[in-house]
Design a protein around this ligand. Structure first.
Ligand code: ZN
Length: 120
């Protein structure tokens, strides 16, 4: 008998049931969830799924609740990253202008630069 799990991998255990697209979707999720994920605490790829949304890190022994199937960067972390990126961009823009008096988020930096210039 030829291998029956060629197309849908681990979902082959379901046999002919549930339809092909459902089985292939399940397989794509399961292959992602069964590899060790990055632990949000120690940043090592050692987090293992225990149950729905429950993860344990084999390195730092932390048990935590998070995403259900596989760990992705949380929306909060993504947003923080974007804000940091935007702030960096803004800082660069302000530095490029370098007209002295700048009144925005990085106003303090502009003032510091200005005082440095005057002290020279
Ligand atoms: Zn960890």
């Amino acid at each position: 008998m030829a291998t029956k799990t060629k197309k849908v991998k681990a979902a082959g255990r379901l046999g002919v049931r549930y339809g092909r697209s459902v089985r292939s979707k399940l397989a794509s999720v399961e292959t992602k969830q069964r590899v060790k994920q990055e632990c949000p605490f120690c940043k090592k790829k050692k987090a293992k799924r225990v149950s729905k949304g429950i993860w344990v890190c084999l390195k730092c022994k932390k048990k935590f609740a998070s995403d259900v199937f596989y760990l992705e960067k949380s929306i909060a972390a993504q947003t923080e990253e974007r804000i940091a990126k935007a702030a960096k961009k803004e800082k660069k823009r302000v530095e490029k202008k370098d007209t002295g008096v700048q009144k925005d988020k990085s106003g303090r930096n502009a003032l510091a630069r200005k005082s440095k210039k005057t002290s020279k």
